[in-house]
Design a binder for this molecule. Sequence first.
Ligand SMILES: NC(=O)c1ccc[n+]([C@@H]2O[C@H](COP(=O)([O-])OP(=O)(O)OC[C@H]3O[C@@H](n4cnc5c(N)ncnc54)[C@H](OP(=O)(O)O)[C@@H]3O)[C@@H](O)[C@H]2O)c1
Length: 340
Amino acid sequence: MRVAVFGASGYTGGELLRILVSHPVFTVTTATSREYAGKPVYMAHPHLKGLISLKFVRLEDALSKEYDYALIALPHGLSREIVPRLLDSGVGVVDLGADFRLRDPSLYREWYGWSHPNPELLEEAVYGLPELHRDEIRGARLVASPGCNATATILASAPLVRMGARRLVADVKVGSSEAGSKPTRGTHHPERSGAIRPYSPSGHRHQVEASQELSWLAGEEVRISMVPHSVGAVRGAFASVHAQLEIDESELWRAFARFYSGEPFIRVMQRGSYPNVKNVLGSNFADLGFASDPSLPRATGFAAIDNLMKGAAGQAIQSLNLMAGLEETTGLLLAPISPA
Ligand SMILES: NC(=O)c1ccc[n+]([C@@H]2O[C@H](COP(=O)([O-])OP(=O)(O)OC[C@H]3O[C@@H](n4cnc5c(N)ncnc54)[C@H](OP(=O)(O)O)[C@@H]3O)[C@@H](O)[C@H]2O)c1
């Protein structure tokens, strides 16, 4: 099956290509970039030299080419323009940006500052977290893949919500690759290396999608506050999510194990051992853990992911496998690298 990658010269685009060069079913036939148009893929991604012989094309030219699926790794606000055209041509779409993640169109004005031009597609789009929406993803034309901070937060929170938590606080640490490949004053190496600091501590955009999904899971409103922190690592996102729940750790262990039973990419830690992003880097795994202090009371869920994999490209291909009727793990059972 032929796949186009829009925004293929960026970090998540590169990670999509890295997975797809060894995928047994999908072949990348189209890859877009403005800066590298006409140049071979290895010019933007030297690590892929010898593994893919394809040249980048401009986005406008890619729209008239033929492929079965499109993976869109463009900055927010661009896919809302091209997704309707792709769907009209019969192409299945997984969008890694935020343009189709929120079901309520009014939230786009509130959180992103623009009115959504295709509110009917928000009804159709499926939030691409297979652990919550596997069956809907299977039949979808349009999947909106979650943000990395939202993925870690939702995975750490879901069993707590199932146990009754309705007010949660998420503390997220994330590496510099989450900010994309174009450096800014706040994200380029001298500013970011060695840093540990909060950003968007009140009103981070991923908070609203986490709240949407956890409320859907609970069947009533769940409020979650998210405070992301930049840390000096390149990859990795780690969420610690706290709730006021009086529950002991053996009960919490059962809640996590039950919720994620049979999930191919979730690894629940044993009581007393905790996840570490170093154990998931380069892979689509999410390592989950938990802790509690019933005397306060407090229950905490932990999630460690690679932001570019389970937080972006890996999860998008997990959804793509489902959309195409393949085994969900096809081409994705990459072991984490260690030491990393
Ligand atoms: N990084 C993460 O951890 C992460 C996690 C989950 C989701 N996401 C989402 O994935 C998307 C891509 O993120 P990223 O980190 O890969 O960003 P990135 O490294 O900055 O890559 C962006 C890509 O889009 C292209 N692009 C930028 N502006 C464009 C324009 N106006 N027209 C056409 N193409 C344009 C860029 O190539 P040219 O400039 O050469 O055209 C590049 O290929 C974003 O929506 C992001 O929120 C990222």
